[in-house]
Design a protein around this ligand. Structure first.
Ligand code: ATP
Ligand code: MG
Length: 383
């Protein structure tokens, strides 16, 4: 008898038809990547994936965070014969000692001589014969003991299940240029896209000397935390001061924010084009601040030449903060260093900008030249 990790991946992957192989291959690759340097053995028994290794806890801790994994279970592996299954089920039962239990058998190995229901009855009877107060409840058991019969047999309870990260394998759904600020929202937006399998690149607009080196370091730290989920990541640091000063010089004060946001979109799209990335992602949420009104979002999206995704659009700040805590970005995000938007924020930004007027204002600037220079001086970090 030995302990293993049983990997269950998202049911969405089952639905992928002909693409299923591609998703499975990527998922396997990603699992291998997070386990690099650890001692383990990966094997498949009739379509189920298993990992064996000395330090099961440490392995489980890594594997559960891989996108595309719905849950993992710590299971007892035994030979596929009734006596071994009974012994394993009894041990599992004794570890929990539930008030009521039920055996649930899944017989993938059709050569096994007993039917599922017969296995459940035999194993249940065996547990009762060894525990006077053991009681079966098939409708609402306190604990289900699961028996899977394949080449080998695997026995575990619901208590041995650990929730996985969910989503789809990273790298199976195209790429996005995440506009990553030092705030709470954008790292969460990036995480959610990555969790759906979308490959991340990040862009940060830095307004030296109006924003400090510490603000930049903070964004690098956030990008590193995201890289912990994605394996690796590019961060583009774009010098943004010249653009902001030009806007301040030529445009009305109440239009500063919206025009700045259009530039951010344009630069993100140019970088995306240059690096073969399909889309842009932001951490915006409807109504959160003055620039995130419906009109504001429309006018900023208009500047983009590719889809702009806003995975947080319908989420409350508190829910976003909960995710930030869970994924480990919150503590870094709340460090006090200012970002470029706070310094150049007008007192009364337009909340209902009109596209025609904003286009006319932005047109007073040398838009293409400003963008070209910013791109030319962009710093590229590989994390
Ligand atoms: P966040 O918490 O992500 O900073 P926010 O609520 O502070 O968001 P804004 O400052 O209006 O909102 O920014 C909206 C979005 O624009 C951010 O979520 C981010 O995607 C992008 N953004 C803002 N500032 C920057 C920046 N300096 N560099 C890169 N992207 C930025
Ligand atoms: Mg912000």
């Amino acid at each position: 008898m030995r302990k293993l990790i049983l990997i269950k991946y998202a049911s969405e992957i089952f639905l992928k038809g002909l693409n299923r192989n591609k998703f499975e291959k990527k998922l396997k690759e990603n699992i291998k990547n997070v386990l690099r340097g650890m001692e383990y053995e990966f094997f498949i028994d009739q379509n189920r994936w298993f990992i064996h290794g000395e330090d099961i806890e440490a392995l489980a801790d890594k594997v559960k965070g891989v996108f595309g994994i719905k849950e993992i279970c710590i299971v007892q592996e035994v030979l596929a014969d009734l006596e071994s299954i009974k012994a394993a089920a009894l041990e599992v039962y004794n570890n929990v000692k539930p008030e009521t239990f039920k055996i649930e058998t899944n017989r993938a190995n059709k050569n096994f001589p007993l039917k599922s229901i017969e296995v459940s009855m035999e194993v249940g009877g065996f547990i009762i014969s060894h525990n006077n107060d053991a009681k079966v409840d098939v409708k609402k058991p306190q604990c289900k003991i699961i028996v899977e019969i394949r080449e080998k047999a695997y026995v575990y309870t619901e208590y041995n299940k650990i929730k996985g990260a969910g989503g789809l394998p990273y790298g199976t759904n195209g790429g996005t240029m995440l506009m990553l600020s030092g705030g709470i929202d954008s790292p969460v937006a990036g995480y959610l896209m990555a969790r759906r399998g979308v490959e991340l690149s990040c862009v940060y607009y830095h307004s030296h000397p109006y924003t400090s080196e510490q603000a930049k370091e903070k964004v690098i730290d956030l990008a590193k935390i995201l890289a912990g989920y994605t394996g690796r990541l590019k961060l583009y640091i774009v010098p943004f001061t010249e653009i902001q000063l030009a806007i301040m010089d030529k445009c009305r004060e109440d239009e500063l924010t919206i025009i700045m946001r259009r530039f951010m979109m344009q630069v993100a799209c140019r970088l995306a084009e240059k690096t073969g990335v399909h889309s842009v992602t932001t951490g915006e949420s409807i109504g959160q601040v003055a620039s995130q009104t419906m009109e504001g979002l429309i006018v900023s999206s208009d500047a983009a030449d590719r889809p702009v995704f806003r995975p947080l659009i319908a989420m409350d700040k508190e829910d976003i903060m909960d995710i930030a805590s869970n994924i480990g970005t919150y503590e870094t995000s709340i460090l006090p260093y200012e970002d470029c938007c706070t310094i150049f924020t007008p007192k009364h930004p337009k909340t209902k900008p009109r596209l025609k007027e904003i286009l006319a204002s932005q047109g007073k600037l040398e838009v293409d030249e400003l963008i070209e220079r910013a791109i030319a001086e962009t710093e590229e970090l590989s994390l």
